[in-house]
Design a protein. Sequence first.
Length: 280
Amino acid sequence: MKYITIKGEKLSQLGLGTWNMGEKAAKRATELAALRYGLSHGVNVIDTAEMYGEGQAESLVGEAIKDLDRSQLFLISKFYPWHASPQDQKKSLAASLKRLGTDYLDLYLLHWKSGYPLAETVKGLQDLQAAGLIRHWGVSNFDTADMQELVAIAGEGAVFANEDLYNIDKRGVEYDLLPWQKQHGIAFIGYSPFNSGNGQSIPVKASLKQIADERGVSVHQVMLAWTMRTGQVLTIPKAGSVDHMRANLAAADLILTAGELAALDRDYLPPKSKQPLESI
């Protein structure tokens, strides 16, 4: 397992995504087994949100971690934009903590941009942090200009992370957002590494298939390894079964060569200009 250190936190570069999990009783045991398998094999990051199944994913995570050492986990959740006021943040957080069976979050994110004044949202997050209810805070689905506005309000060093769509076919953030966040010491969390969140699969082009065939791995494992190639991105694929989790863990140890990365760049072009931020 690869680990990256962000503001003193040692985090597995492969995290556990939970979108669409916990919503079907028939899948619960299989999903729990998958989460527990990942956590018992070196993963320490779990990403969830109050939006996911209206709290059902958080409840699933709570069950998965209930017998584990909480201090060894890095637990992320997100609140709706319409809960962005300080008072609504506090209510949302209390409900999330109850479902998760914990008394604090390691990272709390505004899920996407809100119509509520950003300075007031930041003040609410800072108050939650000062109260010990969250250790760090950040945002999701913010672009470069949004991040610049956020840092202008909160100050350098205050924002822990921004979480955006990122995969081999959706690379727009590489042009300016990723370099900007690296310059300002803000972690980047990439969601939907297989682009499965919107039901549109990543096209399997010649280089991707050839690398998978030559390495004896799946195209999904190559896609996942690609997201981790720089050591800058924390990626959070969802795995609803132990077999899928096992495959993701193996991908975390797959190192692509310079030649393989160049071949992938020819088929999946890096951005040469500013692109509109994409999301799911």
